[in-house]
Design a binder for this molecule. Structure first.
Ligand code: DCT
Ligand code: MG
Length: 413
């Protein structure tokens, strides 16, 4: 098998053609050295389960990607994320570097790291990164809700490496950052699947009480089958277009009246279809009515308990949520994102909010480069036909893009 041709074809996204050629060569009796793995070049063409069969490699590449992202080096971060995504999609454990020959997405740097890991079980670069003061400080500072890379970088340059140093620095913090400091420990502890289910019951109870018939869908990592996450993402809609208008404010008011919110910041929908078509494919996810919030989740709120409590007496949930108390307090803070979409955009919103970030990014890249289309979490625009393509399910969006459907649990690139 001609590896350079194979790699080239993968880059073009033609795995089927390769398999055909492979079959043809076999029929003609050519000696064929079967590659150890076959993988298409775009993450959205692959099935990527969680956590995959190569967690030693993917965890290491994820550290390097994160370190690059924390340095503000997006390009380098993306290269490591692509390698990480490719390795997670492989259907068995990689035995040695030779098996990776010809695979797409693996740059020289990633390959060196992988070789180190496969040969020595550890990569000195990854270990050095993890223990570097800069990486540790940037991780700590961006771990504060409301603090992005730019702010953290500025603080780090001023010598701030800890929460204590930040607090004595005299910097004035905005409301989000103040909440971020207040609930720092809770918000940096992963949210479990069970906690996400308990939050789902709370959100469903509130949404249905303010707008019967509205639909609540768990999105983000939990929809992809992850067992833990940094937050819980919900997408909310109503089958009658227009009924969802103003819904976010009613939800927030109800959550607040029940004492379930520790912090919330709501942003208004600013999305309008343009007659001239979608502009640059947008990666910004903030054009829906959206609420970034911190929920107060009581310790005993298993999904069943919460459901029963709400059915019997919604007030009980409120009263319990009010029992604060330092140390051994009966609740924890959990990050929750609520997004409201009109039903006409729901399939796009669901696709966008299910992720992973790399999967979404690759889908948008595929759309532009391979189909001359712009995909966002609001719409799909065909630049050749100069019109929007409608879809009422994720399956239809994949079909418009000429992609084989990948179920949410396969989108963990
Ligand atoms: N998203 C995206 N691009 C971004 C941010 C988010 O496409 N820049 C999408 C993909 C996932 C979804 O929004 C929710 O975002 P997160 O909660 O950050 O991601 P997650 O996959 O749910 O990760 P976690 O499990 O850690 O919450
Ligand atoms: Mg999430």
């Amino acid at each position: 098998l001609d590896i350079s041709w194979y790699t080239e074809s993968m880059r073009e996204g033609l795995p089927v053609a390769i398999l055909d050629r492979h079959r043809l060569q076999e029929q003609q009796g050519d000696p064929v050295e079967a590659p150890a793995f076959l993988a298409a070049s775009y993450a959205c063409q692959r099935n990527t389960p969680q956590p995959g069969h190569n967690t030693l490699l993917t965890a290491a590449l994820s550290v390097l990607a994160e370190s690059a992202e924390l340095n503000g080096d997006e390009g380098r971060g993306l290269a490591f994320r692509r390698s990480e995504g490719l390795l997670r999609s492989l259907d068995r454990r990689v035995q040695g570097p030779a098996e990776l020959r010809g695979l797409p997405c693996l740059g020289d740097h990633s390959q060196r790291v992988i070789q180190d890991l496969l040969e020595n079980g550890v990569s000195s670069e990854v270990e050095e990164t993890k223990s570097s003061p800069r990486y540790r400080a940037m991780k700590l500072l961006t771990g504060i809700f409301g603090v992005g890379v730019k702010t953290a970088k500025r603080w780090f340059t001023e010598g701030i490496c800890s929460l204590a140093q930040l607090e004595t620095s005299g910097h004035s913090l905005n409301a989000a950052q103040q909440a971020g400091i207040k609930y720092y420990t809770d918000l940096n502890q992963p949210v479990s699947r069970e906690e996400a289910d308990a939050v789902s019951v709370m959100v469903e109870g509130v949404v249905h009480s303010v707008l019967p018939g509205a639909r609540v869908t768990l999105a983000g990592g939990f929809r992809r089958g992850k067992m833990s996450g940094h937050d819980v993402d919900f997408l909310i809609t109503h089958p009658d277009e227009g009924k969802e208008e103003g819904l976010i404010h009613k939800i927030i008011a109800c959550l607040e009246s029940r004492g379930l919110l520790l912090y919330q910041q709501t942003t208004r929908n600013t999305y309008r279809e343009s007659a001239k078509g979608a502009g640059r494919p947008s990666s910004s996810m903030d054009r829906f009515d959206r609420c970034f919030s911190i929920f107060k989740l009581t310790n005993d709120s298993s999904p069943e308990d919460t459901r029963r409590a709400q059915q019997q007496d919604p007030e009980r949930v409120r009263v319990e949520a009010d029992q604060t108390g330092s140390g051994g307090r009966p609740w924890r803070a959990v990050r929750v994102d609520l997004v409201v979409s009109p039903i006409s955009q729901f399939a796009f919103a669901l696709l966008g909010w299910t992720g992973s970030k790399l999967f979404e990014r690759e889908m948008r890249r595929w759309a532009v480069r391979e189909r001359s289309m712009s995909l966002s979490s609001h719409a799909l625009y065909d630049r050749n036909q100069e019109r929007y393509l409608r879809a009422s399910s994720e399956e239809e969006i994949f079909a418009h893009l000429g992609l084989e459907y990948v179920s949410p649990t396969g989108r963990n690139a």
